[in-house]
Ligand binder design. Structure first.
Ligand code: ASP
Length: 368
């Protein structure tokens, strides 16, 4: 039995029989995936796309990310190109202040972007960290995957690489993001020389000190195409007002993104430090490998974060995380799921030809 192992053959044969029972085209199901295993029986017809809620926003901007991914897959593009070009719409959208152009800057007022991509077909990845002046870090990450022998470029090196590939440099700081940063700068401490205007925008006496909440935001998008191939992308401006050079989970393979054609794909948004410390997306994929549904796998990763969150300054009075994070997952059967530590989140899914926001599973009810 030349290229196909006996196990693959038996699994493929079983898949074909199962498909016949549920009326799915057996030729597809019996095909051998590039990863070497047999294609699983699909739970959904057509492609499945899963990601953060902003895959479905984009009012006023040309097109929603998810619609673009669907369009590109339908045009025969691979899932990697499709997701990278889908999130490019959000990277270019000044209204999304957590991604690309218009993203909130670091503590010095400089926008620094992180992104990663992963391709399940050849199990390759690419990433950039702390990239300045380039609107589309996910495209640069895809070129790191395709045109270097490396997995990640950061800072000045990533910028030089983007320049070499002809990316246009620009000021990524919009007026809105600059004003938000300035307000933070002038009010997050009483012990410096920055002073807010006497009255704030509501005509009230400006406070010199404000406890600013953590401000996160990112786009993650993973796609399963009709051939059973997976790819994913995560792209972000990261934590607002971060220390220059701070890199979050988004460009870290296994943290903000992980794809394995033989199992599924997962991504995350929210407090990147916590995701990195439990290897979040990898944890989700490995839980799916052990047989968990995407939703339960995402919940398991959230639970791991809660159990490992031992610093008092990161806990509520009940000992729960005082931050939020979300996981999104799709398995190679096309089942999808999402979970967050706290209630109230939604994730985006495109399944059986329909794009929708789905309530995420959660561990704790958000206190009102
Ligand atoms: N995970 C991102 C980071 O920590 C931010 C976010 O998703 O909100 O940089």
């Amino acid at each position: 039995m030349s290229d196909i192992t006996r196990r693959d053959f038996v699994t493929a044969t079983a898949a074909t029989a199962a498909c016949a029972a549920v009326g799915v085209t057996p030729t597809y199901a019996a095909a051998i995936a590039p990863g070497g295993g047999a294609q699983p029986v699909r739970a959904a017809a057509g492609p499945v796309i899963v990601g953060s809620g902003n895959c479905l926003s984009g009012e006023g901007y040309r097109q929603r990310c998810i619609d673009r991914v669907v369009e590109l897959l339908a045009a025969g593009k691979g899932p990697l190109e499709a997701v990278v070009e889908g999130v490019a719409l959000v990277e270019a959208d000044p209204k999304d202040m957590s991604v690309g152009y218009g993203g909130l800057p670091n503590e010095e007022g400089v926008v620094e972007l992180d992104a990663s991509v992963m391709d399940g077909v050849l199990h390759r990845s690419g990433a950039v960290g702390g990239l300045q002046r380039i609107m589309h870090p996910a495209r640069v990450a895809k070129l790191v995957l395709e045109r270097t022998d490396h997995c990640m470029l950061v800072g000045e090196g990533a910028l030089k690489f983007a320049r070499a590939h002809g990316f246009e440099e620009m000021n990524l700081l919009t007026n809105e993001a600059r004003e938000a940063w300035l307000k933070w700068k002038e009010t997050h401490s009483e012990d410096d020389d920055w002073i807010p205007p006497e009255v704030d925008e509501n005509g009230k006496q400006s406070a010199r000190w404000r406890a600013w909440p953590f401000s996160y935001g990112t786009i993650n998008c993973c796609a399963l195409d009709v051939k059973g191939n997976l790819a994913g992308v995560t792209t972000t401006s990261g934590l607002s007002y971060k220390l220059p050079g701070r890199v979050g989970d988004s460009p870290i393979i296994g943290a903000g993104l992980y794809v394995d054609n033989e199992v599924g794909a997962a991504g995350s948004t929210g407090r990147g430090e916590a995701v990195i410390q439990i290897c979040g997306a990898h944890t989700v994929v490995e839980a799916m490998r052990q047989g968990k549904s995407p939703k339960d796998a995402c919940l398991e990763a959230c639970d791991r974060v809660v159990k490992k969150n031992r610093l008092k300054r990161l806990q509520t009075k009940d000992g729960r995380p005082n931050f939020g994070l979300n996981f999104y997952a799709v398995n190679n059967k096309g089942e999808h799921g999402g979970a967050s530590i706290w209630s109230g989140s939604q994730y985006a899914a495109y399944v059986n030809g329909e794009a929708k926001l789905v309530p995420s599973a959660f561990l704790f009810e958000t206190e009102k």
